[in-house]
Each structure stands twice: as structure tokens, then as C-alpha cells.
Write a protein that binds this ligand. Structure first.
Ligand SMILES: *Cc1c(COP(=O)(O)O)cnc(C)c1O
Length: 426
């Protein structure tokens, strides 16, 4: 062993993992068990009292999941992480730890559609309200702050693709007002952007997408940056007040710079219950081993396909930051010079009918509502995910009748281009 700090590609394969102590198994075993035997009564008591770390019950923690947590914390440069059942569960547990009834948070207006629904509708039942700010205008975040604002939430590369967020500028607003800054890093992954390097305090992931990367497992991650000073801050009682569940322990004092990761586990996951199956954790871990290779190929392929579409006579516009003419090109060079991600939209001159025809004619691309698979994916939002909206709402959501969204896979790019060409001609 040397003192070298391992590089990103090495961490993607090794962080958190070691040969199994009991069997020597080299791949991380799937600990498919609900519960774990205590050494003795004292050991059990110390586990339940948070005086010792260890396994109790797989809703609260599991050794396979723990490898995934350590690996993603290492890749993001955070202090600790928590694996949960989905990206939406990750967002929910973060807000549950930060917000009381009557509290508010500010979210960027360019977000995954499911997050917009979660924030606008489901959170009302908890008395939490969202104020929307303009992703492209950091001043709009500052303007939305009130004394009840408890968090700011953005995506690093934002849905529906082609948007790069100026993280440092929004982080500066959050710091000025001492508000935790949460970044959904699903579309970029830590290979392209590490939000903690740009001022994020908490990172969330839908591991369903590029981390898992093979379209086979729903999962989510919460990563604690260890940067926010919770101790003594009355606005965040889950972190700063004595917890009756744990004998009056103050989590931010006992656990210091990973207190937030502990809070979402022992108050959020324990009580609300969206645990990740160890089988899914295993599949996501396998996916992460090739994350650097896949993300580079996803981004390189996406740029080649975007360049081709930009020149295509049936295409009116392409929104991809990897294109030199794109409005987000400068932010791409600054935040993610290795690549601009896999997901982008383009417009068809033939409008709605041309969109429907394209998805019907494509053979290699799969027509479905997901991103971040090894396979290339396509969706025509106006006839699917956004069909309930009025025409005006569709346009405002970036889902006008002519818009097609692609999630470019890691196939041979010449085959992707040939498939798009035959579908556009057909
Ligand atoms: C898919 C997605 C989510 C939700 O994740 P699930 O794993 O589907 O719950 C959240 N944010 C972004 C950016 C996503 O793409």
C-alpha cells in the first residue's frame, strides 16, 4: 500500500469494497437477509443507542448497501452517504430532515418532471411549500428567499437535458443566506460534475439512471458533503436538538461532519422505510465499476449524434451544450469539460406528426420513459409524458409538439445515426 490518493476510475471499482472477510468472495456479496445476530445483550443495546456502528435490520442498513454508500460518497467527495429505494425517496428523506410544517424551499424550474410533481403536490401534505426560481438566473433564487426558506434544490445538468446549471453562482446565494444547497447530480454523475467542488452541501441521485446504468434497478443515494454547520442552528431541529428517540442525543454534535447522513438514516429511513434491496445495491455497484467508461462514451456519442442532427434537413434545432453554438457551451466547458452528458432534445420541422412518426420508425432506439441506460432511448413528450398538459403548458415545459428527447446509449454511434436517418426518411 502507498499513500497515493486513488484516482476516480480506481475508486469506481474499489471504494468501499474488500474481499469478504468470511468467505474471501472478491465481488461484493448480496447480503440477502433482513436481520443480523447480536454478539450479546450489551452489543444489541449499543447498536440501538447509536453508541456503536453495526448491522441491526436491513431497513436501517445492510452490508451490500454499505459498500454502495461508501463508494458513492468517495466518488462525490462527501463524508458519508445513504442508499435508498429510489431517487424520489432520496429527495423526500432530505426534505424530511430539513423542513418543518410551514417551511419553504426554493427549487430551480428546470427539473425532472417527477420532481416537479413531488414538490408541487405531495409535499403539500407535509406543509412544505416550494418556490420556483429560474435555473438560468441566480438572482431569482435570492429574490425568492424568505425567513422560512430552509433549502435550495437544483439539478447539475438539468432535465430535459441540454441545461447546465451555474452551481457556484447559486451556491454563493445559499452561502450568503446560510441555507443548505442540495444538488441532484443524476444526469451528470460525479464523473462529469462533482457538486461539492462547486459549493453544494448535499447531493442526491437517482441511481436508477447512469450510476446503475443498465436500466435494471430503481435506487437512490443521498450524499453528505459535511460542509453545513448544523450544530446550534434552531432552524434544523432534527440535526441540532436533542432527539428523544436516542436518549437526548444531538446528531450534529455526536456525528459532526457526517451528522446529516446519520439523520437521514436513523430518523428518515428508519421511520419512513424506503429501504433499497441489497440485490439492487449489488446491480448498481456493478454498474458503477464502469461509470467512467460509460459516461465518457455516452457523452462522446451524444455529441456526435447531436452534430449529425444539427445538419439534418428535417431538424429545426438541437439543444446540446456539447455543440459549440449552444447557449450552455461556456458552462459546459467550465463545469463538465469531459462531456455534456447523454440526454438532449431536438425539434422536428414536421411538428407533432413528425415526432410520432419518428418514434414509430426507430428500430435501435427504445421508445420509453427513462434515461441513463446502455441502450439508446427516445421519447416524444407531447404524445406521452406531457400529453395531459395544454398546448401552452407543453411549450412552457419544453415539451412542444415538435420536441423529441434522446438518451444516447453506448452503442456504435454510426448505428445510432443510421437508425435516426432511416426513421426521419421513412
Ligand atoms: C429519474 C430521476 C429522479 C427520480 O428518480 P427515481 O429513481 O425514478 O425515483 C430524480 N431526479 C432526476 C434528475 C431523475 O432523472
Amino acid at each position: 500500500m502507498t499513500d497515493r490518493l486513488p484516482g476516480f476510475d480506481t475508486l469506481a471499482i474499489h471504494a468501499g469494497a474488500a474481499p469478504d472477510a468470511a468467505t474471501g468472495a472478491r465481488a461484493t456479496p448480496i447480503y440477502q437477509t433482513t436481520s443480523f445476530v447480536f454478539d450479546d445483550v450489551d452489543h444489541a443495546a449499543s447498536l440501538f443507542g447509536l453508541q456503536a456502528f453495526g448491522n441491526i435490520y436491513s431497513r436501517i442498513g445492510n452490508p451490500t448497501n454499505a459498500v454502495l454508500e461508501e463508494r458513492v460518497a468517495a466518488l462525490e467527495g462527501g463524508t458519508a452517504a445513504l442508499a435508498v429505494a429510489s431517487g424520489h425517496a432520496a429527495q423526500f428523506l432530505v426534505m424530511h430532515a430539513l423542513l418543518q410544517p410551514g417551511d419553504e424551499f426554493i427549487a430551480a424550474n428546470k427539473l425532472y418532471g417527477g420532481s416537479i410533481n413531488q414538490f408541487n403536490h405531495s409535499y403539500k401534505n407535509f406543509g412544505w411549500s416550494v418556490a420556483w426560481a429560474d435555473t438560468d438566473d441566480p438572482a431569482s433564487f435570492e429574490a425568492a428567499i424568505t425567513p422560512r426558506t430552509k433549502a435550495i434544490f437544483v439539478e447539475s445538468i438539468a432535465n430535459p437535458g441540454g441545461v447546465i446549471t451555474d452551481l457556484a453562482a447559486i451556491a454563493a446565494v445559499a452561502k450568503r443566506h446560510n441555507i443548505p444547497f442540495i444538488v441532484d447530480n443524476t444526469m451528470a454523475t460525479p464523473y462529469l460534475i462533482r457538486p461539492f467542488e462547486h459549493g453544494a452541501d448535499i447531493v442526491v441521485h437517482s441511481a436508477t439512471k447512469f450510476l446503475g446504468g443498465h436500466g435494471n434497478s430503481i435506487g437512490g443515494l443521498i450524499v453528505d458533503g459535511g460542509t453545513f454547520a448544523w450544530a446550534g442552528d434552531d432552524r434544523y431541529p432534527m440535526l441540532s436538538k436533542p432527539r428523544p428517540e436516542y436518549g437526548g442525543m444531538v446528531l450534529s454534535e455526536t456525528f459532526g461532519n457526517f451528522g446529516f447522513a446519520i439523520a437521514v438514516r436513523v430518523l428518515g429511513l428508519r421511520d419512513l422505510g424506503p429501504a433499497l434491496s441489497p440485490f439492487n445495491a449489488f446491480l448498481i455497484l456493478n454498474g458503477i465499476e464502469t461509470l467512467p467508461l460509460r459516461m465518457q462514451r455516452h457523452s462522446d456519442n451524444a455529441r456526435v449524434v447531436a452534430q449529425h442532427l444539427e445538419r439534418h434537413p428535417e431538424v429545426s434545432w438541437v439543444s446540446y451544450p456539447g455543440l459549440e453554438t449552444d447557449r450552455y457551451h461556456a458552462l459546459h466547458k467550465r463545469y463538465c469539460p469531459l462531456g455534456a452528458g447523454a440526454v438532449f432534445t431536438f425539434g422536428l420541422k414536421g411538428g407533432y406528426e413528425a415526432g410520432v412518426k419518428l418514434v414509430s420508425n426507430l428500430k435501435l432506439f427504445s421508445h420509453l420513459a427513462n434515461i441513463g441506460d446502455t441502450r439508446s432511448l427516445v421519447i416524444h413528450p407531447a404524445s406521452t409524458t406531457h400529453r395531459q398538459l395544454t398546448d401552452e403548458q407543453k411549450v412552457r415545459a419544453g415539451a412542444g409538439p415538435e420536441v423529441v428527447r434522446l438518451s444516447i446509449g453506448i452503442e456504435d454511434p454510426a448505428d445510432l445515426i443510421a437508425d435516426l436517418d432511416q426513421a426521419l426518411a421513412g
